[in-house]
Design a protein around this ligand. Structure first.
Ligand SMILES: [Ca+2]
Ligand SMILES: [Ca+2]
Ligand SMILES: [Ca+2]
Ligand SMILES: [Ca+2]
Length: 299
């Protein structure tokens, strides 16, 4: 369901009745698969193809017997009252299809901002039950780079296992059961280098203490020859409390403290709290900045 912004969004009584709203106000986007749970993941993607219209992401993690599907829908000024996802594939829609290892693909989707500085928005799709280690599930996050060229073949399907490092790739979780990709967000530019950064949640890591990986943007994204992005070079933040599920929810926060660097917020619902992390221009030096909350004295 997509609701158009505007100065008269609400009716006179302050209620926008969805059943009565016409195409000038709302576009409905039904899922394709009966048990697809389409809409578990939803996000704005930014302008991925550079046509001036911002684009949309929808995840349907129950689709295809739980393997999951995700859809990139290109924005336009001719969105109908009801958008037919299936017939849009090939033209206005890219269907993002995982490999056999993927499970719950699309449980989280997010715009990433422009991580490689080419002026086009990039985006993230999570597969938190991805089972390349076998169950229990380590998870995987796909990063796909914006392009003015077609992301998919003529069938409209982007087979994610065929990403090649130039058009995108993936981060694999490195702990069985960690559920990397259960939550995802663009972070803005937390280290002030001009490239947008990304937050990858891994909430069941280490007895569900949880972890958040911060993947900093770099012009090297899109120049690679392998689709597997290094997990080892990422900064990360770990929770300290078993079942705290640090990283179950997270979001870029903009510049909360006005220092010119973007900040981010992470939920730790099992500990009944949220934490704000402030941007730091030293972030991205590998290893040394693998900060645990304990190391920061923030237990
Ligand atoms: Ca667009
Ligand atoms: Ca980009
Ligand atoms: Ca950055
Ligand atoms: Ca800040």
């Amino acid at each position: 369901m997509l609701v158009w912004g505007g100065p008269t969004l609400e009716e006179a009584d302050g209620v926008l009745a969805l059943a009565e709203a016409d195409a000038s106000r709302i576009t409905r986007i039904p899922g394709i698969w009966d048990d697809g749970r389409s809409g578990v993941g939803v996000a704005g993607a930014g302008d991925v193809n550079g046509d001036g219209f911002d684009d949309l992401l929808i995840g349907a993690p129950g689709a295809n017997s739980g393997q999951g599907m995700a859809y990139l829908i290109y924005g336009s000024n001719t969105m109908p009252a009801t958008f037919d996802l299936a017939s849009g594939i090939r033209s206005e829609v890219v269907q993002l299809q995982g490999s056999a290892e993927d499970q719950e693909l699309g449980a989280a989707v997010s715009g990433a901002g422009d991580v490689n500085g080419d002026g086009l928005s990039d985006f993230l799709v999570g597969s938190p039950r991805c089972s390349f280690f076998g169950p229990p599930y380590a998870g995987r996050v796909y990063l796909i780079f914006g392009s003015t060229a077609a992301l998919a073949g003529t069938d409209g399907i982007l087979a994610l296992e065929e990403l090649n490092g130039e058009n995108g790739g993936w981060f694999n979780g490195n702990e069985p059961g960690g559920r990397l990709g259960d939550a995802l967000s663009g972070a803005g530019d937390v280290n002030g280098d001009g490239y947008d950064d990304m937050l990858l949640g891994e909430p069941d890591f280490d007895s569900a203490r949880g972890r958040v990986l911060l993947a900093c943007g770099t012009p090297e994204y899109g120049q690679g020859t392998t689709p597997v992005f290094s997990h080892a070079s990422l900064d990360y933040y770990t929770g300290n409390y078993a079942n705290g599920n640090f990283g179950k929810s997270l979001s870029g926060a903009g510049d909360v403290n006005g220092d010119g660097l973007d900040d981010f917020i992470v939920g730790e619902p099992g500990k009944n709290r949220a934490l704000v992390f402030f941007g730091n221009d030293a972030i991205s030096a590998p290893k040394e900045l693998r900060l645990s909350l304990r190391a920061l004295g923030k237990t």
